[in-house]
Design a protein around this ligand. Structure first.
Ligand SMILES: Cc1cc2nc3c(=O)[nH]c(=O)nc-3n(C[C@H](O)[C@H](O)[C@H](O)COP(=O)(O)O)c2cc1C
Ligand SMILES: O=C(O)C(=O)c1ccccc1
Length: 401
């Protein structure tokens, strides 16, 4: 584990942003985007229309799991403590052997070009500028090598959709390593795409038009499975992508293949059951992301924050437990950390930020969330995310649920 101190600017930046936004009050200049990140979806929809925003906002079935994600966070309340000298705060955390300036990473989100033409490179630059890791999706609109170049000296984390074709997976891992990616996030909850009525009813499925296939279409192992080059038969290439990008046949035994082909940290994304968390630890994995894919896969599944304590109890001392699904505000970050997550990932809000203002929009989202989290931490009597425990929370009284 590295013990290097947090980058100097990191903790100060969120406080600087608090002042910058606050001092607008002297001139009356309002920010270009809402500082309440729960209002971004509505703003993005006005700008971009119902197709792309519907795809990002959408979830599985009738949205029960998305609501469960909110309910699972909302059922906890923070119990602030006073007179604890909170002038000096350090938001840094250690994750996967690396010190991060704050307990936040951008979740892998595919097809970002539907939100903005600058797509993944813009999100990657924003994340690097703020010192926050960007997890690049396998289903990105831009080939991984180009996104890696945009990441500069930021953390390079890659999310793998574990393809049916071994050679494609092997090739992705090799390319990712060559491009300088260090940690691998393997998403397990999407061996099939779920029933998503909003997309079906709008017939808006971007990858069926070839969006989000850049890593595949540029891959020699993928191309080897095509009768004609991609540009000569786009539909055949898209169908080939659809039938091989995921694999419902995988089992725990297959993890050995990834270990053999990746020498950095491996994190399993989409873990909800404590037994699965134990299997991940037994298989020598370095972390898990407690996540239900933002409610986009199993309708009726457990809210992610309701699954978090069980996973932390099962494996919190054996590997790093990360969390996503439903994080929207600073107090959500606080609650997830108090329940035992080491870091949270943010999904939809940064995609909306990208849609509204490109790289600057993503930076606005990161800075707003961390500024709010820093204030929540301080006002609740705490100075460091690593020291939060469930004692900082109380369960909402049953009659108010
Ligand atoms: C439009 C969209 C595309 C996504 N694409 C991927 C993906 O390619 N790989 C992946 O592991 N997760 C993907 N996810 C899931 C996110 O990584 C993350 O788990 C989820 O968005 C977190 O929930 P939140 O949006 O409530 O923050 C996607 C989510 C959205 C909204
Ligand atoms: O939409 C998603 O949630 C997702 O994970 C995905 C899968 C394939 C292509 C693009 C996005």
């Amino acid at each position: 584990m590295s013990t290097e101190p947090a980058k100097d600017w990191a903790a100060k930046d969120w406080a600087a942003f608090q002042y910058e936004i606050y001092l607008n009050g002297m001139t009356g200049a309002v920010p270009r985007m809402p500082t309440d990140l729960t209002r971004l979806e509505e703003a993005a929809e006005r700008r971009l229309g119902p197709g792309p925003v519907g795809y990002v906002a959408g979830s599985a079935g009738n949205g029960r799991t998305e609501r469960a994600n909110r309910a699972a966070l909302d059922r906890w309340q923070i119990v602030p403590q006073m007179l604890r000298d909170v002038r000096r705060r350090d938001l840094s955390v250690e994750v996967l052997g690396t010190r991060l300036p704050a307990p936040l990473a951008l979740a892998p989100v595919g097809v970002l070009s539907i939100m903005h033409p600058d797509a993944e490179p813009a999100a990657a630059r924003a994340a690097a500028a703020q010192g926050v890791p960007f997890i690049l999706s396998s289903a990105s609109s831009t080939p991984m090598e180009q996104v890696a170049a945009a990441m500069g000296d930021g953390e390079r984390w890659f999310q793998l959709y574990w393809a049916k074709d071994r050679e494609v997976t092997r090739s992705f891992l090799q390319r990712a390593r060559t491009a300088g990616f260090t940690a691998l996030f393997v998403t397990l909850d999407t061996p099939l795409l779920a029933w998503r009525p909003r997309d079906l009813d709008q017939a808006y499925l971007p990858f069926l038009r070839g969006v989000g296939t850049a890593n595949y279409f540029s891959d020699p192992a993928f191309q080897a499975g095509l009768a004609k080059p991609v540009h000569e038969d786009l539909n055949a290439a898209v169908l080939h992508f659809v039938q091989m990008f995921a694999d419902p046949g995988k089992t725990w035994e297959d993890l050995a293949f990834l270990r053999e082909n990746w020498d950095g940290p491996i994190v399993l994304k989409g873990i909800l059951h404590p037994d699965d968390a134990r299997r991940a630890a037994d298989a020598g994995m370095d972390g898990v992301v407690v996540s239900n894919h933002g409610g986009r896969q199993v309708n009726g599944s457990i809210g992610a924050a309701d699954a978090l304590p069980g996973v932390v109890k099962a494996v919190g001392d054996r590997l790093d437990v990360l969390f996503d699904s439903g994080i929207r505000t600073g107090d959500d970050v606080f609650k997830a950390l108090a329940l035992g997550a080491r870091t949270v990932l943010l999904g939809r809000p940064y995609a909306y930020g990208l849609g509204l203002d490109g790289q600057a929009g993503v930076e606005h989202v990161i800075r707003s969330l961390l500024a709010e989290f820093d204030l929540t931490l301080a006002l609740s009597g705490h100075t460091s995310p690593g020291r939060l425990t469930p004692d900082a929370l109380a369960a909402l009284p049953q009659e108010l649920l």
